[in-house]
Design a protein around this ligand. Structure first.
Ligand SMILES: Nc1ncnc2c1ncn2[C@@H]1O[C@H](COP(=O)(O)OP(=O)(O)OP(=O)(O)O)[C@@H](O)[C@H]1O
Ligand SMILES: O=P(O)(O)OC[C@H]1O[C@H](OP(=O)(O)OP(=O)(O)O)[C@H](O)[C@@H]1O
Ligand SMILES: [Mg+2]
Length: 280
């Protein structure tokens, strides 16, 4: 039975659970369940703190897990990314009072509060910035400066709303671009192939749509250039030999532009339909 770690709360938990549901798995019914068995798919899910997931997977006790790239790197785990999941995007940034710092080199000899000690230690090491005191906090890091325990913070920034409310300003380079990832280890990766293909299918189904249209044969080359699909579009003969029917996958967010372009070329009966599930 494949054993998969899923965030039990926080920013990633709802979307992770929804993705697994869309991938055909049966998760927990109740948010307090610690684990759940899906007998049809021969999978057991363990609902864990996102921060702990890389540790469990890295030690080989669980086969794969969903977590954030920032948490994976912070954990110094043996686990590695096998798939980006297309949600939970954030950046990891320095911030402090407006105008106080412009460059992280100015942090030498200063105190920096963060929940990501491992990640930050390695970053300072790589940049050759020494003598920074790291203050480990569990959350609400933005309050650390006002409360006097740090001179700067390093934290997850998404919209920037939390920093703004705390009266803080970003400085320095992007420390890390994070996103939700599926992690595993080399020993377990083969066993997790079906899970990977299913999650990949969910992302494709969310981002792509199916397009069908009828095209006069003389515009076929131009039409197919607009809808090349993944492998190659399907071209079917029609009763009227001067027309063909074309079927292809297109990016969902470009659907209306593509339909307009095809119509202008002379294609007709242009239909776009949602994709329910995919194995690429
Ligand atoms: N506002 C956000 N937007 C996007 N991703 C975020 C945001 N906050 C956190 N994340 C990402 O979600 C993951 C887990 O962070 P989360 O805040 O859920 O965990 P936590 O801080 O340990 O838990 P909690 O905040 O519930 O105490 C991390 O990879 C992080 O980058
Ligand atoms: O840029 P924003 O869109 O405002 O998002 C960033 C905030 O979201 C997370 O906080 P969370 O709600 O997880 O609380 P925490 O600090 O206690 O982890 C993160 O730690 C930032 O504080
Ligand atoms: Mg948080």
């Amino acid at each position: 039975m494949l054993r998969i770690a899923v965030p039990n709360k926080g920013m990633l938990s709802e979307t992770a659970a929804a993705m697994l549901r869309e991938a055909g798995y049966r998760g927990r019914r109740d948010n307090r369940e610690l684990s759940a068995i899906d007998p049809v798919n021969d999978v057991e899910f363990f609902y864990l703190r996102p921060r702990d997931i890389a540790t469990y997977v890295g030690q080989g006790v669980l086969d794969a897990g969903i977590t954030g790239r920032d948490l994976l790197l912070d954990a110094r785990s043996e686990a590695h990314e096998v798939l980006e999941l297309g949600f939970g995007d954030s950046t990891f940034r320095f911030a402090s009072e407006p105008g106080r710092f412009t460059d992280p080199r100015e942090l030498a000899g200063k105190r920096v509060a963060t929940s990501f000690i491992g990640l930050l230690e390695r970053w300072f090491e790589r940049e050759g910035i020494e003598n920074v005191t790291l203050v480990k906090l569990d959350g609400a890091v933005e309050s650390a400066i006002r409360l006097g325990v740090a001179d700067a913070i390093a934290d997850v920034v998404s919209t920037g709303g939390t920093l703004r409310k705390a009266g803080l300003e970003i400085f320095g380079p992007v420390i890390l671009e994070s996103t939700a990832v599926l992690v595993s280890t080399p020993e377990k990766e083969a066993a997790a192939q079906t899970l990977m293909r299913r999650l990949d299918g969910v992302m494709v189904a969310r981002r792509y749509a199916m397009i069908d249209y009828d095209a006069p044969t003389d515009i076929l080359d131009a039409a197919v250039a607009i809808t090349p699909g993944f492998q190659s579009p399907t071209i079917s003969p029609m009763r009227d030999s001067e027309w063909v029917a074309v079927r292809s996958m297109i990016p969902l967010n470009e659907a209306n532009q593509i339909m307009d372009q095809l119509h202008e070329l002379g294609a007709r009966a242009i239909l776009v339909t949602a994709i329910q599930a995919v194995r690429m």
